[in-house]
Design a protein around this ligand. Structure first.
Ligand code: CAA
Length: 514
């Protein structure tokens, strides 16, 4: 007989199964909301580690004046550890499973919960990509099973995806959505598809960042700067992978690839190797970066040009090549910095600067100048509405290292942060992020979520200042289409094929967000 799901207000005792990064954050939020929390872990060491993480987070909140020491003591008093899963979950109104992303582990947990819990206890999984439906179908009363997907760090990120399967009772997802609101967070209600809204978009983008690093397109620090200084995202993709955990990211990608196929989810070999080596990111002290005594630095050797101290050139030959920043603007900025600018056919310059467009190859202009070894492309980028913050320096295979260093010194003199990238369509910022915007357009086109819901999910789940579709509208669908078309033509990778809906908006001059 079907059980009757509980209401949000009935959820007073919650069991959290698995006290890893996510489980400890979820337990903290629930205890801070006044609920009793029972936590279980596989062994004493794992439990001790999880509780230590939880206490450290509470201590940080006290240190920042967000919580009094007395409140902290009350929160701690609401949390108790149970020796085993069945004992811990027996009295719970809600169980949230947050064990590692392995189906056999989760099935085993749900099997035990099926026997131990009341039939009206809501069973939620924090899976980021596995089938909630398969878990629900494996137990009795599948109508009380749903996904409850929090984002890392759980105490901070405002989004929770509430995932309903075809078997979920409407009362179950309503109670969970109500609970999420009572925790001060925003629920986005979605159906059961691998990764839900955020992860197919986020993980494809993070994986692509690793591919760019592995291909030597740019350094890890420059890739991360493109996302933060270039787009305004709170973290770069490689730093974010270290935060999420490379092992978790790898298993999420594998689940996404099993569901959707295609090359966007094929894990970059470097990601797999780092995870296999146990270099899983912050929790291991090393991933793409090393984390030692509060300091963070790249775990791989940097591009030598970043270490090559150089003087800016005295005289620059500026060539126009369809740049977004007109050569006239560049000329006045460079001249204002006390550097002489000459235009073709003048000679005698130390550096040939190509005012570049991400849909056009710099090499052609460099060859036409007759001095390709002295030529560097320059493309200025910054978050929408703010001035340029980054100077993307585009090096061809003929550019001399000393010339790139001189261009970096020139960029620094203009007050811009120099990043270098190879001469490929999109250069760095667009090459990294336009495929991500295209993925968001594809999700709208597939009818899985609206443009507004996708934007909300990425803003609240990943701290984006604006959602990907609003970003796409602000850049303009026509510009994004042009760069993606060039990326697709140059790489032959179907992952970069522009979404038909993007091409339609570009043709009609319309926007995704109305
Ligand atoms: N636990 C608890 N609180 C934390 C925390 C943690 N691990 N990390 C940061 N905080 C708190 C800080 O205490 C601080 O709180 P107050 O404002 O109350 O003082 C606040 O968050 C801001 O922290 P910081 O000032 O130290 O750092 P910041 O401003 O650089 O923000 C960040 C840090 C919130 C992590 C921000 O960089 C961000 O939003 N990054 C994006 C994170 C993201 O994308 N998460 C989603 C990952 S995907 C996922 O989780 C799903 C999946 O299935 C893979």
């Amino acid at each position: 007989m079907a059980s009757i799901p509980l209401q949000q207000a009935d959820i007073r005792e919650v069991a959290v199964v698995g006290l890893g990064t996510m489980g400890s954050g979820i337990a903290e939020i629930l205890a801070r909301s006044g609920r009793s929390v029972v936590v279980t872990e596989v062994n004493h060491d794992a439990l001790a580690r999880g509780l230590a993480t939880l206490h450290a987070s509470l201590d940080k909140a006290v240190a920042r004046g967000r919580l009094t020491a007395a409140d902290k003591a009350m929160v701690v008093a609401r949390i108790r550890a149970a020796d085993n899963l069945a004992a811990g979950a027996a009295a719970a109104d809600l169980v949230i499973e947050a064990v590692p992303e392995r189906m056999e582990l989760k099935r085993a947990v749900f099997g035990e919960l099926d026997l131990a819990c009341r039939p009206d206890t809501i069973l939620a999984t924090n899976t980021s990509s596995l089938s909630v439906t398969a878990l629900a179908a494996s137990i009795r009363h599948p109508n009380r099973v749903a996904g409850l997907h929090f984002f890392n760090p759980a105490p901070v990120m405002k989004l929770v995806e509430v995932v309903s399967t075809v078997l979920t009772a409407p009362g179950t997802s309503e109670a969970l959505a109500g609970l999420v609101r009572a925790l001060g967070k925003t629920p986005v209600q979605v159906s059961d598809r691998a990764g839900f809204v955020v992860n197919p978009l986020l993980l494809a983008y993070l994986n692509h960042a690793v591919c760019l690093l592995e291909a030597g397109h740019a350094t890890s620090e420059d890739i991360d700067k493109a996302a933060t200084s270039g787009v305004g995202l709170p973290m770069g993709p490689l730093a974010l992978l270290d935060l999420i955990g490379l092992d978790t990211s790898l298993s999420t990608l594998e689940a996404l690839q099993a569901e959707f196929g295609g090359s966007r989810f094929t894990p970059a070999p470097l990601l797999r190797r780092l995870a296999e080596a146990g270099l899983t990111g912050r929790k291991a002290g090393r991933g793409f970066y090393e984390y030692q005594h509060q300091s963070v630095h790249a775990a791989r050797a940097d591009d030598p040009i970043h270490h090559a101290a150089s003087q800016p050139p005295a005289r620059v030959l500026l060539i126009e090549n369809g740049a977004a920043t007109p050569a006239a603007d560049l000329t006045s900025a460079i001249t204002a910095a006390g550097i002489e600018v000459v235009r073709p056919p003048a000679g005698g310059a130390d550096l040939v600067l190509v005012a570049a467009s991400p849909a056009r190859r710099v090499l052609d202009a460099a060859l036409a100048s007759g001095r390709p070894a002295d030529a560097v492309g320059i493309h200025l980028v910054g978050p929408h509405g703010a001035g340029p913050a980054l100077a993307e320096l585009i090096v061809t295979h003929l550019t001399k290292a000393s010339v790139t260093a001189a261009a970096a010194a020139l960029a620094a003199k203009l007050g811009l942060d120099p990043v270098t990238a190879r001469d490929r369509p999109g250069f760095l910022t667009a090459a990294l992020t336009y495929p991500h915007l295209n993925d968001a357009a594809t999700m709208v086109q597939d009818g899985y979520a609206t443009a507004a819901d996708i934007d909300t999910a990425m803003m609240l789940g990943c701290g984006y200042p604006r959602g990907p579709l609003e970003m796409l509208d602000d850049i303009s669908p026509a510009v994004v289409l042009r760069v993606l078309t060039a990326m697709h033509a140059s790489s032959g990778d179907p992952a970069f094929a522009p979404a038909p809906l993007l091409a339609e908006h570009a043709a009609a001059g319309t926007r995704f967000r109305g």
